[in-house]
Design a protein around this ligand. Structure first.
Ligand code: SF4
Length: 347
């Protein structure tokens, strides 16, 4: 399937670029520039601060590297078994199926790998990874990620899934893709029939929706195709400055996701990736948004706010502390409105 994309040169011709956008020159570790026609059609061309534009138009701010920024902030390389297989948590592995995406998000945390134009994993790399998983029965889940998994052809996907399934039939598979948002036309019947054919264990769809406007009619339809065949959908949002660092936006996003049967799963504090400081939200502001959002939405609509700590520290929850102290045989806890309540120990 051909996905229409727009290059930087075309952007320059059709959009009035801001100074920061037009002075972008690319540099070391720069991501390619590519925006799908579908995503471009969602951007308000008259608004230089459009929250969708901020995610995909490069700016010269990307060329500034701050202290404590890393090209591999989660230390994936240190936890890599091969250059495609990351084993950071005991029960799950991530397989980097390809470094290609139809559209490159300027906040991408995997810049060290994404967009190097190496392409999909070879059959040999897939078999090696599947053998490793088979030999490690403590691994119960695999994240099929990238890059974007769904840039693989259906034939390549069939081989990939079949290879893992033959060796580990009970392995839970996460289909990690942003293409339901960036190129929803990719979700065709053949893809769905491949998933159906290999359903000896559950699949989960993991999406990345960062703003309610990304969840348009076409994207909802694409995601619904997975849900209608029994594949649960979960969303991971990246907290981004000027995009969704606002509790009203987060509230609208969470409720819209839930209404469309997509569970708001995580909101990630921006990783310390080189060249992304301009998109990162202050940690204190994220915690304030989390607290206010918790007051506004149902438990079902409330995502876990987390930070994936630098140097492979793993994910930790980001939340105000509601357990204030332990006095005598009682715990003192704070309500969302800041009042205090006591809860006794049990003997
Ligand atoms: S789709 Fe995912 S892997 Fe690709 S650029 Fe965006 S965040 Fe990175």
């Amino acid at each position: 399937m051909k996905i229409n994309i727009t290059s930087f040169e075309q952007l320059k011709q059709s959009f009035k670029l801001t100074e920061a956008e037009s002075s972008y020159s690319g540099g070391n570790n720069s991501l390619p520039i590519s925006i799908t026609s579908h995503y471009l059609s969602l951007i308000d061309e008259n608004d230089p601060d459009d929250p969708l534009r901020k995610q995909v138009f490069p700016t010269s701010f990307e060329e500034v590297e701050e202290n404590m920024e890393y090209i591999d902030p989660l230390a994936e390389v240190n936890h890599s078994i091969t250059n495609r297989l990351v084993h950071r948590y005991k029960s799950r592995v991530a397989f980097l199926t390809t470094d290609i995406c139809p559209m490159y998000c300027r906040h991408c945390f995997r810049r060290r790998f994404t967009g190097n134009m190496v392409g999909p994993a070879t059959e040999k790399e897939i078999v090696e990874a599947a053998e490793y998983v088979k030999d490690h029965p403590e691994v119960t889940e695999i994240l099929l990620t990238g890059g974007d998994l769904l840039t693989l052809s259906n034939k390549q996907l069939d081989f990939l899934i079949k290879t893992f399934r033959e060796r580990s039939p009970k392995l839970i598979m996460r289909i990690c893709t942003r293409m339901v948002i960036t190129a929803p036309e990719r979700i065709d019947d053949e893809l769905l029939s491949i998933l159906k054919k290999h359903s000896t264990a559950p699949f989960y769809l993991l999406t990345q929706v960062n703003h309610p406007r990304e969840l348009c009619e076409k994207s909802i339809e694409a995601i619904s195709k997975f849900i209608d065949m029994g594949i649960p959908a979960l969303n991971q949002t990246v907290m981004l400055k000027g995009v969704n660092d606002d509790v009203d936006v987060q509230e609208e996003l969470c409720n819209k996701l839930l209404f469309n049967r997509i569970k708001p799963y995580y909101v990630f504090q921006g990783d310390l990736v080189s060249g992304t400081a301009h998109l990162r939200v202050n940690l204190g502001d994220t915690i304030k948004i989390e607290r206010e959002l918790r007051k506004r939405v149902s438990g079902l609509a409330m995502p876990n706010f987390v930070s994936d700590l630098p140097q492979g520290g793993g994910k930790v929850p980001l939340s105000d502390c509601y357990v204030k102290e332990h006095v005598g045989n009682r715990w003192v806890l704070e309500t969302l409105d800041g009042e205090r309540r006591e809860y006794p120990d049990t003997y």
